[in-house]
Design a protein around this ligand. Sequence first.
Ligand code: FMN
Length: 338
Amino acid sequence: MARLDVQLGPIRLSNPILSASGTFGHGLEMRHIVPPGLVGGLVSKTVTLRPRPGNPAPRICETEAGFLNSIGLENKGIDHYVRVVLPEVATADTIIVTNIGAERVDEFAELAARLDSESAVDVLEVNLSCPNVQDGKLPFSTDPAMAAAVIRGVRRATSKVVLAKLSPNVSRISEMAIAVESAGADGITAVNTVLGMKVDWRTRKPGLWTTQGGYSGTAIKPIALRCAWECARSVKIPVVGCGGIVTASDVLEFLVVGCRAVQVGTANFGDPGLLARLAAELEALLDGAGLASIEDLIGSLELHAPPPARCEPGSSATRDLRTPSARDAGVAAGGASA
Ligand SMILES: Cc1cc2nc3c(=O)[nH]c(=O)nc-3n(C[C@H](O)[C@H](O)[C@H](O)COP(=O)(O)O)c2cc1C
């Protein structure tokens, strides 16, 4: 049987599959269908300092090939999360990731400080797609300096493992990845939803109350894969891929481009039992391919041609993301065949 456990910074995951924020409750609501021990980790919905009612309906709609949502970070706030959710989540035999969101730099740090003493929390995931109300309402995720300021504040406030969750809605995601790495992030989640819009020509109304929203599901996989690859080749910290993942093959594709783990979001709505099956499906694929460990696939991308230049001036080389065992075994590296 192939080994599925992977190293994510200082944390060992039993397998590389996590739920994606906002698509799986806080994780335990689904335990009768997905026993927590079958996934590498559970990611909470975004938790904010104060309760948020979220946006008015319609705030989710289906499109031809995915979901559009503008939930507006509905949640009951950090007090409720710590008092009610965490004691329950603490019983789960898997890694617990708490996703935090805020509209001000200092609020992110305050949330991180509150959660620092909570032993049930293994990892903090910082949702940088929240609007920055201090500075023009654009999301933190669109400005390297603002994203870095958030991560620096969180880093100072906690000794927990910190993942920075990036947005695909930028022209150079590698710049964002480098900024959050320099600010002290232990890892990157790539990516959140793609900005999109739906309209009904008969009623002339948008599909969402907020007009535009976050697009997710199968259709965004190529975008997410490209973003994850750009991040993985730009930084040394581990990358968790997210976006459009539905099958075990999808998971392996994200690992080949350099991710050490993945998150599954929209696919849970169509198939609530998916996360309970994916690990076994991964094992079968790896056994069929004669691979002893899933880690051997990480960063094993073989390019047809030299990679396009990265955003930093003067650098176009890709890093060797393979584990030492994969290198020794001669598994091909990203860029090595160029
Ligand atoms: C209904 C819904 C709610 C979401 N809520 C959050 C959230 O609260 N925080 C967050 O960081 N991402 C949130 N996301 C984004 C997902 O975590 C994920 O990054 C994105 O959907 C891409 O993955 P997917 O294509 O597998 O769904 C949400 C996505 C959906 C569809």
